[in-house]
Design a protein around this ligand. Structure first.
Ligand SMILES: NC(=O)c1ccc[n+]([C@@H]2O[C@H](COP(=O)([O-])OP(=O)(O)OC[C@H]3O[C@@H](n4cnc5c(N)ncnc54)[C@H](OP(=O)(O)O)[C@@H]3O)[C@@H](O)[C@H]2O)c1
Length: 277
């Protein structure tokens, strides 16, 4: 069913009695029959999003480098009763991205949903930031999402439905502890979502970013290992705690599902109020 058909259901304006809550929630959020590709789906935020999409009905392909973590995550997704597959690939090279895209599409067919969660954060001070760190950061954080979008989104547009979801960072909007190349790559990702939204929203493909603040994942192991630092960062939020990977489940299901058809080109902050405090 494409977005225009779903939109025909509309709000309750008469006609037969509305369906009960389960059916209504399913109409808004179900991913039954959808195929999702989640890069970085073996760890942290990507892993939580992969599980959320699977629990909402999607068949999920996760992409990262380390095979053991991929296999363990895919096994967990299958325990949830869903089809799951994994692709080991290095998204730091364009050939790696291209191969990953073909292998991912081979698992369950062309995806309806693409989540770009794979990312790296190398933090040399700006004085020491060399071309190697710049290139590596742009390759994984920005080039790979661009190339995967170019590979998958035209097909989504031809089918009249698609969802592109990128995981950006508050560092796309402000400098924060040697943002260096990382903040630049994430700002590019926010702009990429806008460009993609402009190109494809009229054909049913939305593009948005989720914007985390500080989330206690392996990427931030150095913060988790320093309780005073973690507490200080938590105090800068409005909710009084740092983020957890699971905090992204609901927003990701929303952006992946039918009810976000009119939300596109947006950066949605999931940060406990960090950015507005
Ligand atoms: N944690 C935070 O506070 C925070 C804040 C703002 C934004 N973010 C963003 O959120 C996203 C997820 O981060 P996270 O905190 O969940 O980090 P994480 O737990 O370290 O997960 C990163 C994922 O990316 C994969 N990955 C890294 N380099 C890759 C490469 N070259 N090729 C393929 N896969 C690669 C990793 O798997 P392998 O190592 O096995 O390849 C892993 O699955 C990232 O884009 C990050 O920038 C995180």
């Amino acid at each position: 069913m494409d977005d225009a058909t779903r939109a025909g259901g509309g709000e309750d304006g008469g006609g037969p009695p509305p369906a009960g809550p389960a059916a209504y929630l399913s109409e808004l959020f179900s991913l039954e029959g959808r195929v999702a590709v989640v890069t970085g789906g073996s760890s942290g935020i990507g892993r939580a999003i992969a599980a959320a999409l699977a629990r909402s009905g999607a068949s999920v392909v996760i992409v990262a480098r380390r095979e053991a973590a991929l296999a363990a995550t895919a096994a967990r997704l299958r325990e949830l009763g869903r089809r799951a597959a994994w692709v080991s690939a290095d998204l730091a090279t364009r050939d790696g991205v291209r191969a990953a895209a073909e292998d991912a599409a081979a698992a369950f067919g062309e995806p309806d949903i693409l989540v770009n969660a794979a990312g790296i954060n190398l933090r040399p001070p700006m004085d020491d930031l060399g071309e190697d760190v710049w290139d590596a950061t742009m390759a994984v954080n920005l080039d790979a999402p661009f190339l995967l979008g170019q590979r998958f989104a035209p097909g989504m547009a031809a089918r009249g439905h698609g969802r592109l979801i990128h995981i950006a960072s508050q560092q796309a909007f402000r400098a924060f502890v040697t943002s260096g190349a990382y903040g630049v790559s994430k700002a590019g990702l926010v702009a990429l979502a806008r460009s993609q939204a402009e190109a494809w929203s009229g054909r049913g493909v939305t593009a948005n970013t989720l914007v985390p603040g500080v989330v206690l994942t392996p990427l931030n192991a150095r913060i988790s290992a320093d309780p005073a630092r973690a507490d200080a960062l938590a105090a800068r939020t409005m909710t009084g705690r740092n983020g957890l990977a699971e905090d992204f489940a609901g927003a990701a299901v929303f952006l992946a599902g039918p009810s976000s058809a009119y939300v596109t080109g947006q950066a949605i902050f999931v940060d406990g109020g960090f950015s507005v405090h």
